[in-house]
Design a protein around this ligand. Structure first.
Ligand code: SAH
Length: 256
């Protein structure tokens, strides 16, 4: 077996094929085997992998995926596991890498642009706004996949900061109920469907209208729900560019 056996976990970005890193593209160009995560990886990104055997993991179990990755990596082939967005967010890295390590195969992760940053860009918004929200919570609603007790949505909502919900669009009724336990009914929400794809769709609404707005939009998958006052804040100033604020790259000046 090749003692340098390695599998690269590469973030493919949110959809726009230009949003893969240069490193990710270079690894795809050199790849002999690529296993990619279903419909969320754009075909144009796969086209970088000109000389690779390519498999869609959507219909495969972890065992079947490993049956592709392990022998190829052991044979010294260049193997890429291509994830949507950034591999560190709901990217199943842990369960892959643990088993690969048990086979003596190293994993290297190449980050990607996550759908939540792409969605913020599509909205033209910053998710952190001075005095309004200095924390971003990334989470999901509990459905068939359980969520730890301390992360139940009403507990997260209590912070009333910017909240981004993945994998939860079909649970929007319960989501709205749980969020209303803390957020005001007029809190701005945005639903971003397929951020950066040609058919991207954005729905703006108040929290009190969230489930009705989602139903009307007919969005049932591949969407993020973003909630919080940061979505509507204007004119807040950070300390960073405040002329009276000193930091290591600039001394503060007293304004007359
Ligand atoms: N690792 C990915 C997330 C994978 S989980 C990332 O960093 O984005 C899959 C979920 O991500 C989807 O159900 C949806 O909630 C969200 N998602 C992925 N791509 C998206 C996109 N282009 N636009 C909106 N949501 C997206």
């Amino acid at each position: 077996m090749n003692k340098d056996a390695i599998v690269y976990f590469v973030g493919a970005g949110p959809g726009d094929p230009e949003l893969i890193t240069l490193k990710g593209k270079r690894l795809l160009e050199a790849a002999d085997l690529v296993v990619y995560a279903g419909s969320l990886v754009p075909k144009a990104v796969l086209s970088h992998a000109q000389k690779a055997e390519i498999y869609d993991s959507a219909g495969l179990t972890l065992e079947e995926i490993l049956a592709l990755l392990v022998p190829a990596a052991k044979a010294g082939k260049m193997v890429v596991r291509l994830a949507t967005g950034d591999p560190s967010i709901y990217g199943t890295i842990g369960e892959h890498s643990e088993r690969l390590r048990a086979e003596g195969i190293r994993c290297e992760i190449v980050p990607g642009v996550s759908s939540f940053t792409a969605a913020a860009a599509a909205l033209g918004r910053e998710l952190t706004v001075p005095d309004v929200a200095q924390t971003v919570i990334l989470s999901r609603c509990e459905g068939r996949t359980p969520v730890p007790d301390l992360e139940k949505l009403p507990l997260l909502a209590a912070h009333q900061t910017t909240l981004v919900l993945f994998l939860s669009i079909t649970l929007v009724k319960k989501m709205q109920r749980d969020l209303l336990t803390s957020y005001a009914p007029e809190t701005p929400c945005a639903v971003v469907y397929r951020a950066t794809w040609p058919d991207e769709k954005i729905v703006h609404c108040a929290l009190s209208d969230l489930s009705v707005a989602v139903k009307k939009s007919k969005i049932t998958k591949t969407a993020l729900v973003i909630v919080g006052k940061a979505l509507a804040s204007e004119g807040k100033r950070s300390k960073l560019y405040d002329p009276t604020f000193s930091h290591s790259f600039r001394s503060g000046k007293r304004l007359e």
